[in-house]
Design a protein around this ligand. Structure first.
Ligand SMILES: C[S@@+](CC[C@H](N)C(=O)[O-])C[C@H]1O[C@@H](n2cnc3c(N)ncnc32)[C@H](O)[C@@H]1O
Length: 266
């Protein structure tokens, strides 16, 4: 079912993970503008030189947060409510410094249309929605009515509910139903990692030239370095190589939170 970017459909809470068979653009093709296109050996004096890369301690992280925009009352309540209601699952929320970063990216991209995969209790959508100009929209996808009920409450409290189009159902179905035209200014992928490549393959063609994509958890808690990784870690490893080899975009992988890859559509 095709539809335009502005009309939403809201299905039932299937709880199902999306599945799909996205095909890669140039995965493993081995040639691109930035050199070999393959994962390269880093050029540096030592694997992790503290003169170049400062290890993040609890004190430094606290300092970093205190030098970023603070959580306002709505966000503070959203964090607290997510922990109270969902316990350990609350760690699925974006980390505190990622919210202002997503808002910053939205403004940098002059975003009017943002697509998010993985709403959860709505923190990332809230930050991005507040960064939109009048008339802008965030389309955000999730399978959980329960978790996104907390999101809806926070968005209403923050006064941005009218800018957020929550679509319940497997995200791959939602993305495939969007027009296949490059109207997206910013995409944020933060859901079931096994589908990262599939989400990417739906979103890259729909992103306008100069538009941005951000993909969370590209370190998967450090498990991506394991060559024998299985499950989500193997999927993230595969995704990371896929994105690096994709000639349609320029990418940077950043050590933010659990690893964040940014891409700019050529
Ligand atoms: C890491 S959380 C998202 C966190 C969110 N960005 C935030 O800032 O709080 C991942 C979300 O992806 C959703 N999800 C998992 N599989 C999905 C699928 N196949 N389609 C849509 N959503 C999915 C989960 O229900 C969960 O809410």
């Amino acid at each position: 079912m095709a539809e335009n970017f502005t009309t939403g459909t809201s299905g039932t809470d299937t709880g199902a993970s999306g599945t799909g068979t996205g095909t890669g653009p140039a995965a493993g093709a081995g040639s691109q503008g930035r050199g070999s296109g393959a994962v390269r050996e880093p050029d540096r004096r030592s694997p992790l030189d503290p003169e170049q890369t400062t290890p993040l301690t609890p004190e430094l992280y606290d300092y970093l947060l205190r030098h970023n925009p603070p959580l306002d009352a709505v966000r503070r309540r959203l964090v607290d409510t997510t922990y109270e209601r969902l316990g350990g699952r609350a760690a699925m929320q974006i980390s505190e410094e990622q919210g202002p970063l997503l808002a910053f990216l939205a403004k940098l991209a002059g975003a009017r249309l943002i697509v998010e995969v993985g709403t959860f209790t709505g923190m990332s959508a809230l930050w991005m929605a507040e960064a939109l100009p009048p008339g802008g929209k965030v389309i955000t996808c999730d399978v959980s009515e329960e978790w996104t009920a907390l999101a809806r409450a926070a968005w209403t409290e923050a006064g941005v509910a009218d800018r957020i189009d929550l679509r319940i159902g497997p995200a791959l179905d939602t993305l495939r139903a969007l027009p296949r035209e490059p109207g997206v200014d910013l995409a944020f992928i933060d859901a079931d990692k096994e589908n990262n490549i599939n989400y990417w393959e739906e979103l890259v063609p729909r992103t306008r030239p100069g538009g941005l994509l951000a993909v969370d958890n590209v370190f998967l808690h450090g498990r991506v370095t394991d060559e024998k990784a299985t499950g989500a870690a193997a999927a993230v490893r595969e995704f990371n190589d896929h994105a690096l080899a994709d000639e349609r975009v320029e990418t940077v992988m950043l050590s933010v939170a659990d690893g964040l890859t940014l891409a700019r559509k050529r």
